[in-house]
Design a protein around this ligand. Structure first.
Ligand code: G3H
Length: 541
């Protein structure tokens, strides 16, 4: 049997899909949430194909799993109007609500959200091909993120509940919301990375328009009712459809105050430029990256190969933080490539629900062809596929290819592959990978693998000025979520972490008064009579 055929055989027949993972029916979503109402769309719908194919007479075809609304500019502007009205120039119910009350709404949402766990996890598998364990992790990590956001806000609020006196001026400094936030997450973490902006934006008192990524839409459907039940009208509004049709008008309106976008820098720049008032717009971007591993000759080859495997091929390498280019000191390069290739060949490919599966179908349109073109280009220019099973694709499945030795002339040296192709480059001196990082348009993270503290320290100092996280003998990653997640150049704008996100979606604002008897009396009376939600010494426990 050819390698391609053996991959095709991994797709199930309809009858082979385990009962607990079957979709009970085709999911025809017509609902969208605007101004606290779930509305029903009777216009055009987009068909959703799963990356999971099913076999019929030995032919694999992507399974059609549902449809979602292709809204138009009209509905998009209705969502905008609802968010603008709910914010009401900062006078609305939500932005003026005491923080403790806003927290209660988010807790309510969390309660409803948790009831949808199984459904969302199943849809993550079907819509984006993420394996069961990682889909469960994505859901649970998001729940923890929301809980920790609540704790972080309580902490922030406690610190702001006191007054300061400087140079004869009394002040209370707190964080106030910014206005209307447009949140757009990526397909690879459609739940988690959307919620890492959506929840902090809401809880800080902003109102939100939320557009799910192109792939990974239906999994948000079970949460629509949770948003509706948990928040006052207009606080959360959803739009679906073609980005140019529904997002363009939002940006061009000039009424978006914050754009939170996780995706490509190209799209981020287009959206930003559509806004007519750039000084009004705050941007929070998580963009592309091509994080390198730098492997020194004194490493434990086996342990390093295992960590690089995790870093480069978890969720088929479809993580912005994935290790996407591997530099290995030349005296151990051959041995490293041999060990690493063995480990790659040991990865189980299959359907997302299968026990122990690591390589799963890819959701992006024609991704297999793109990956094959990278492999082809590298082979023509002198690299080989180092692993026995590598470089074969069948429909949406692609078994990882380890390419070695990769050089600067090859496309895979420069392009962010965002998939299961691992380029390995031998180097003599550490200046070579360092120069790669300097020249690259990205600046997210790097992983250094080595044992010599003097050599590692020599690399740390220049690297911390090129990227935003230097990992030692550890893969690149976003978590723990308490740590800052950011990037330089085309990799990010702004910093996200549980506490940083609260800052990103708010602005320090103060109420100040000269320290006179009259002012002290006014402030004391406001406090004692609980006249203001902002000017208050209430302490959230
Ligand atoms: O796709 C980018 C994600 O933020 C990566 O997160 O490192 O936790 O997989 P992760």
């Amino acid at each position: 049997m050819s390698k391609k055929d053996s991959l095709t055989e991994l797709f199930p027949k309809e009858s082979d899909i385990p009962k607990e993972f079957q979709l009970s029916e085709e999911l025809i979503q017509t609902e969208y949430l605007i101004n606290g109402e779930i509305r029903y769309w009777d216009g055009a719908l987009e068909t959703v194909y799963s990356p999971v194919c099913t076999l019929k007479r030995k032919k694999a075809t992507q399974k059609e799993i549902g449809k979602y609304p292709l809204l138009t500019e009209k509905e998009s502007l209705e969502a905008l109007e609802a968010a603008v009205n709910a914010y009401d120039h900062g006078k609305g119910l939500w932005p003026t609500m005491p923080i403790s009350k806003r927290i209660e709404h988010v807790e309510r949402f969390l309660y409803f959200m948790q009831q949808q766990r199984d459904e969302v996890i199943k849809l993550l598998m079907w819509e984006i091909g993420k394996n069961l364990a990682d889909s469960q992790k994505e859901f649970d990590r998001t729940v923890i993120y929301v809980k920790e956001t609540i704790d972080a806000l309580k902490d922030l609020d406690r610190k702001s509940s006191r007054f300061e006196i400087e140079d004869g001026v009394i002040a209370q400094i707190r964080r106030a919301p910014l206005g209307v936030v447009l949140c757009m997450g990526p397909f690879n973490y459609p739940l988690n990375e959307t919620f890492t902006t959506l929840i902090p934006a809401i809880i800080m008192g902003n109102t939100v328009i939320f557009k799910p990524p192109k792939l990974g839409v239906l999994l948000h459907r079970p949460l629509l009712e949770a948003f509706q039940k948990a928040f006052p009208k207009g606080v959360v509004n959803t739009v679906y459809g073609d980005g140019r049709t529904v997002v363009g008008p939002l940006m061009e309106s000039g009424k978006i105050d914050v754009l939170a976008f996780i995706g490509s820098s190209k799209v981020a720049n287009i959206l930003e430029k559509q806004h007519p008032k750039l000084n009004r717009l705050r941007t929070v971007f998580g963009l592309e990256a091509k994080n390198p591993a730098i492997i020194m000759s004194d490493v434990d080859i086996e342990a390093t190969a295992k960590e690089v495997l995790l870093g480069s091929l978890s969720y088929n390498g479809q993580r912005c933080t994935a290790l996407k280019i591997i530099f290995v000191q030349e005296d151990i390069a051959d041995s490293f490539v041999k060990k690493f290739s063995e480990l790659v060949d040991g990865l189980k490919a299959g359907m997302p629900w299968e026990e122990g599966v690591k390589i799963t179908p890819l959701p992006e349109w024609k991704k297999r062809d793109y990956l094959l073109s990278l492999v082809d280009d590298a082979e023509k220019l002198g690299a080989s596929i180092a692993n026995t099973k590598g470089g074969f694709g069948s429909e949406t499945l692609f078994f990882p290819a380890v390419l070695y030795p990769v050089t600067k002339d090859m496309k895979v040296f420069h392009e962010e592959q965002f998939g299961p192709v691992v380029p390995i480059i031998p180097f003599k001196k550490v200046e070579e990978p360092l120069q790669y990082i300097i020249d690259a348009p990205y600046g997210q993270q790097v992983s250094i693998f080595g044992n010599d503290e003097i050599e590692i320290a020599k690399l740390i100092d220049p690297l911390v000025n090129q990227v935003c996280r230097v990992n030692i003998n550890s893969q690149c990653q976003r978590g723990p979520d308490a740590y800052p997640f950011s990037g330089r150049k085309d990799s990010a704008e702004g910093t996200l972490s549980i506490s940083d996100a609260l800052r990103v979606f708010s602005i320090r604002t103060l109420v100040a008064a000269k320290n006179t008897t009259q002012n002290k009396t006014i402030i004391s009376n406001i406090l004692h009579q609980n006249r203001s939600n902002f000017l208050s010494t209430d302490f959230i426990f």
